[in-house]
Design a binder for this molecule. Sequence first.
Ligand code: NAD
Ligand code: 44H
Length: 381
Amino acid sequence: MKALHFGAGNIGRGFIGKLLADAGIQLTFADVNQTVLDALNARHSYQVHVVGEQEQIDTVSNVNAVSSIGDDVVTLIADVDLVTTAVGPVVLERIAPAVAKGLVLRRANGNEKPLNIIACENMVRGTSQLKAHVMKALSEDDQAWVEQHVGFVDSAVDRIVPPSESATNDPLEVTVETFSEWIVDKTQFKGELPNIPGMELTDNLMAFVERKLFTLNTGHAITAYLGQLAGHQTIRDAILDEKIRAVVKGAMDESGAVLIKRYGFDADKHAAYIQKILGRFENPYLKDDVERVGRQPLRKLSAGDRLIKPLLGTIEYGLPRQYLIKGIAAAMHYRSAEDPQAQELEKLLAEKGPQATLAEISGLDANSDVVAEAVSAYNGK
Ligand SMILES: NC(=O)c1ccc[n+]([C@@H]2O[C@H](COP(=O)([O-])OP(=O)(O)OC[C@H]3O[C@@H](n4cnc5c(N)ncnc54)[C@H](O)[C@@H]3O)[C@@H](O)[C@H]2O)c1
Ligand SMILES: O=P(O)(O)OC[C@@H](O)[C@@H](O)[C@H](O)[C@H](O)CO
């Protein structure tokens, strides 16, 4: 079996790529980071530090790399059995043209073997969104061929993987928590279902996607934003701050009440799921900066993401929302000179004020109670 993975970054090397290589799949990474590409092609292996009570160092071997820009990646898409991505939601649209070209070449070569594509991004149905971008770049005739031969498989991916602080400045070394979960929608595959240890198949993906995104990522983001406001550098320091923990736990409980209503989750099991996640945020073996977790605030304040989507659920079901409101207000205070979306947020706030800014980013009604509540919290009232 051959696979191409877009995005040889933290989760790409630390989780998805590792699972594929460990399963004996012939794996090629595609990236735009030439330092990473050169190191992968020089060594064809890298180390994954799995940290926890017992540190474990795993070696991932027999991997190659190509530039995501150029013909190599197109040629590979025409040939491999599986394509995965971990590039970031905003990048999916940028790789779509290469995927489309690869599918056209695959058809022209007469390759009728099934191909499955799985985006492993923190978004709801990321692969379906990638599919839409790819289809836009294809003729109707090629679209029909792709519908018949290519599966676009949505997934939920969970492992906390911060940038590694390699003592040897190894650009490939990656440090990961012990916990990992990769759940994919088995109803969307073409051909036989793959047997990859660590890949869980489900016919109920949305429940798993929303449980993860709107519990872990909701709490993570609020921890980061409140952490920055309180002057904490790391997620661990922030979640150990009792005032922050109270708001984070409250918001996860509020989002959890929506999930329990929507999917019928067992309340006690979900409470335990929340507690386990809070323990993961405390992980003393991981150094995870608030800037990584708070990155791209416009994405995280958008309608379908981890702050606004749970808030919309509280409105839909008439449930409490005070802590989610505090988290949204904290997100609006997020600042980072290195993050273009944080700079855009700051510019919008300066030009339009918090009410119009939040309405524009989130899609909420500017004159709604929730926007008024968030603006009041933003203004510190
Ligand atoms: N790190 C985590 O803890 C974690 C966990 C679960 C899910 N995720 C999700 O995984 C995705 C990647 O996150 P990450 O933390 O690994 O980010 P990252 O920045 O470490 O990795 C992204 C990689 O994509 C590469 N890239 C950028 N543009 C590209 C292109 N056009 N073609 C190919 N590669 C390109 C970058 O060079 C980088 O190596 C995001 O959607 C994120 O939300 C991350
Ligand atoms: O990757 P983002 O920017 O969507 O979110 C930052 C973190 O919350 C995220 O990367 C988590 O570490 C990950 O989702 C854990 O599974």
